[in-house]
Write a protein that binds this ligand. Structure first.
Ligand code: AMP
Ligand code: GLY
Length: 437
């Protein structure tokens, strides 16, 4: 039920992805007010938007805020509230929630559940074996063509991007097993491992919005995970990305809808854990051959900052339909033609792989008009790890901010994004210069 004066929307999350979601939702003529827990000083500048401090993964805090604002719709950005059961508690209390339940979120939170689900529902994915002890893993690796075919060693469970090693080196594979299963000093800990066939091709993130029994496709984006140009350096949460032009092919897109998104939605409904909200399929595409690398149960970050600015239509009716289970018959959102490019600026030291710490608290010089209402004609600025102290901005996290520009092709979008980025300065700022090249 949407009240007469427009919709009250509650958004959970604080990062660049949530800033992009808030920016998009705030443009809706159907919106009365958007409340974000905890939001950011960037989101607070959006029209009809206010931010409330607190922890989005604290069920009691979220329920208490929801009781005050009585949202017509709750949108959840990050995975932590899903794993904590926040979406279930909200749904049990009668709210419309555009996000998966804790049980459905196992598609991301357990890699073994996810692989088993794919196998039993005919969703194409790399062959794999499960290892339950280090000895079991060692025996399986001894029989594996590691040098020729390569091997992927994956920790079960959420590991903040650090739980995957792809290698052709047998000693490294064994050392990874030891680190993940035995080494108390290793940040990744896992009782069970996945050993996977290494697959090759071009990677893309594919997104759908699901309502428990159906879905609409949102779009495709390519993300850059390594910290430095040329895909060098440690893995990060994502350094930027672009919307590919005329790729994947029409045939591949049809395959993805019929053999991946539809099968997830049908399989999860059949299992009694219907899937609702954004579904993120990390894909490897080689010619017409499509395989799923992983599912995430949320919009991507930075993919949301790439795709949301490309959506022409109001997203709020689709988000509400996803939450209410009424997506059937709705058209997927219309995307702008051309492309979008997003470039992330990070703090010095990110991603802190060697425990060296990050250079935080630096003053950021940024053109005020870039944040006025969240946009200008050339580029959008999304805040991730930064806060406003009086009139000055400071960096507070690894990924500090990101710039998105759209254009008639990747090259034009890229030029506009970098031109805007070069107007922003802070000590220690780092970015990749090869996004979309
Ligand atoms: P994940 O954490 O599952 O997204 O894996 C991180 C990265 O490891 C992916 O983005 C891929 O680049 C790579 N990767 C994961 N699984 C495979 C695989 N089976 N074959 C090749 N590369 C993989
Ligand atoms: N960009 C990858 C992610 O959101 O996990």
């Amino acid at each position: 039920m949407v009240s007469g004066g427009g919709m009250q929307v509650l958004l959970l999350g604080a990062g660049g992805r949530e800033h992009a979601l808030a920016w998009k939702i705030a443009q809706s003529p159907l919106l009365a007010a958007l409340t974000v827990l905890p939001g950011s000083d960037g989101m607070a500048l959006l029209p009809k938007t206010h931010c409330v401090p607190g922890n989005a993964a604290d069920t009691a805090a979220v329920l208490s805020l929801a009781a005050q604002i009585k949202p017509d719709l709750v949108v959840i950005g990050p995975e932590a509230p899903l794993a904590a059961g926040v979406s279930d508690a909200l749904r049990d209390a009668g709210y419309n929630v555009a996000a998966p339940s804790q049980a459905a979120a196992r598609l991301e939170s357990s890699k073994i559940f996810s692989k088993s689900f794919m196998t039993s529902h005919g969703i194409p994915t790399a062959d794999f074996a499960i290892a339950v002890t280090p000895e079991d893993a060692a025996q399986k690796i001894a029989l594996w063509d590691v040098e020729g075919a390569g091997i992927v060693v994956k920790a079960d469970g959420l590991a903040a991007g650090k739980g995957v090693v792809v290698t052709h080196d047998r000693a490294e594979a064994i050392a990874t097993v030891d680190a993940f299963m035995r080494d108390p000093a290793c940040s990744v800990k896992s009782d069970m491992l996945l050993l996977e066939e290494k697959i090759t091709g071009r990677e893309v993130s594919a997104f759908a919005l699901c309502d428990g029994h159906g879905f609409v496709t949102i779009g495709y984006a390519c993300d850059y995970k390594r910290v430095n140009d040329g895909d060098l350096g440690p893995n990060t949460g994502g350094m930027g990305g672009y919307a590919p032009e005329n790729w994947p092919s029409t045939a591949a897109r049809t395959f993805i809808e019929d053999h991946i998104f539809a099968r997830v939605v049908e399989g999860m409904a059949a299992a009694g854990t219907p899937y609702c909200g954004f579904l993120f399929a990390g894909l490897m595409i080689d010619g017409d051959d499509v395989n799923v690398i992983e599912f995430n149960t949320r919009f991507g970050d930075p993919e949301a900052q790439i795709l949301l600015p490309m959506i022409e239509d109001d997203l709020l009716p689709l988000l509400l339909a996803a939450a209410e289970g009424t997506l059937e018959g709705q058209n997927p959102p219309q995307l702008k033609s051309g492309s979008a490019v997003h470039v992330v600026m990070t703090s010095e030291g990110y991603p802190e792989t060697f425990g060296t710490g990050m250079r935080l608290g630096e003053e950021i010089s940024l053109p005020a008009e870039m944040l006025a209402g969240g946009s200008n004609d050339n580029a959008l600025l999304f805040i991730a790890g930064a806060r406003k102290d009086g009139d000055t901005w400071q960096n507070t996290g690894g990924r500090v901010l990101g710039i998105t520009a759209t254009g008639s092709n990747v090259a034009e979008a890229r030029e506009k994004a970098y031109a805007a980025l070069h107007r922003i300065h802070f000590t220690g700022a780092h970015w990749r210069s090869d996004i979309g090249r």
